[in-house]
Design a protein around this ligand. Structure first.
Ligand SMILES: *Cc1c(COP(=O)(O)O)cnc(C)c1O
Length: 388
């Protein structure tokens, strides 16, 4: 009998160790891991370069406090601001914390200008921004908020694609629009590039802020550092997490100078956020991601993967309804509930994970090799062939 609470439906597998795209179970089986901790291990399991960075920092200093300078964090913030739209960064420990910080910053920005009434955030219904009280309210999902008392106020929702409703929702109390450029948990739903552009235009016109939640789709996952870069638009605030730590828990909120000014000493903080261990690993992740051709390779190999998946779709149109996503944020949408299919993939030693709308999420590490993709394709084909 487990002493762990029952809030997860756990699969009955545990692992002895992992290496790159593979996990080795305690029962001696080798799995291709195309979950990677849900788009977290951007460089695969036990990446030697990351391990080295972590060990090196572990022998120097683990944790101090934001009461002191943390050079590793200074360095990571500088690099993030150099390579992205952002000019200022606050480090957090998780995605939900990062999105909450984004919400706080947006509200505080208008508050600091004397516009106290501007505190509402518009989000997509049934999106995903994390599991804390404000984040579940932001997500606008009954399933997530049910039973947890009054909703955190200040969130308005429109259904994905309902632009009329979105425009109607904007009023003088609106502070920001927050969307995931690609909805991860929501079923790998890509917000079209023209839509992201249109959102920027609307925000400019209405003088409100644009927040892109890049917790899942960011940090190279789509072949660009941020998913919104495909649309060539600039947001005002961006929460990140998952991929930036490569498996070490961390998050951050990125913003422009103009907005960051409202975050004066004492307005926000985190005991662990920006911890030297996390910062050192974050820097090591960037070392790899910013290597020449790294992201180009993500684009190239993911195009191949998506292309081959589409071929399987044409071969099995009664099973596969759609292949969705960008880069290595991939969704295989079935015509029916996907649980049995995921189980069959697992029985054939390929690990994948569900998302909404009957979608199977396929999330290889960004440095996956072509032969590993081929191995996964073979398994997917086999499962399609044998599926009853
Ligand atoms: C995972 C995720 C979060 C929440 O991250 P946690 O680290 O689980 O709190 C927020 N937003 C998006 C888009 C995510 O995918």
């Amino acid at each position: 009998m487990t002493s762990l609470a029952n809030n997860y439906k756990r699969r009955n597998i545990s692992f002895k160790y992992g290496k790159g795209s593979f996990l080795y179970s305690t029962r001696g089986k080798k799995y291709i891991d195309f979950i990677q901790g849900i788009a977290v291990n951007s460089l695969g399991h036990t990446n030697p370069y990351l391990s080295k960075a972590l060990k090196k920092q572990a022998s120097k200093v683990w944790h101090i406090s934001n009461a002191f300078l943390i050079p590793e964090g200074e360095k990571l913030a500088k690099r993030l601001s150099k390579y992205t739209f952002a000019e200022k960064i606050i480090f957090q420990n998780s995605g939900a914390e990062a999105t909450e910080a984004a919400i706080k910053v947006a509200r505080k920005y208008f508050f600091s200008m004397g516009k106290k009434e501007k505190n509402r955030i518009i989000c997509i219904k049934n999106s995903f921004h994390g599991r804390t009280l404000a984040a579940i309210s932001a997500s606008g999902s009954k399933k997530m908020t049910n039973g947890f008392g009054p909703n955190a106020s200040g969130f308005d929702h429109f259904v994905f694609g309902d632009h009329k409703k979105l425009k109607k929702l904007i009023n003088k109390r609106t502070a920001a629009i927050m969307v995931e450029p690609i909805m991860g948990e929501g079923g790998i739903k890509v917000v079209p590039e023209w839509c992201l552009k249109e959102l920027r235009k609307i925000c400019n016109k209405k003088k409100i802020l644009l927040i892109f939640d890049e917790v899942q789709c960011g940090i190279g996952r789509t072949g660009k550092f941020f998913a919104f870069e495909h649309a060539n638009v600039k947001p005002d605030i961006v929460p990140i997490a998952k991929g930036i730590g490569g498996g070490f828990p961390m998050g951050a909120v990125l913003m422009t100078n103009k907005i960051a000014k409202c975050m004066t000493p004492g307005t926000h903080g985190s005991t662990f956020g920006g911890n030297p261990l996390a910062m050192s690993v974050g820097n090591a992740v960037l070392d790899q991601l910013f290597k020449k051709n790294f992201l180009k390779n993500v684009t190239k190999l993911s195009k191949y993967f998506l292309n081959e998946l589409n071929k399987i779709k044409y071969e099995y149109p009664k099973i596969i309804k759609d292949i969705r996503g960008k880069g290595f944020l991939i969704g295989i949408q079935l015509h029916f509930d996907q649980s049995k299919f995921i189980k069959s993939l697992e029985k054939n030693y390929l690990l994948t994970i569900r998302a909404a709308e009957n979608v199977i999420r396929v999330l290889p590490p960004l440095n996956v090799k072509k032969n590993e993709i081929d191995l996964a394709l073979k398994i997917i084909k086999k499962v399609c062939k044998e599926y009853k």
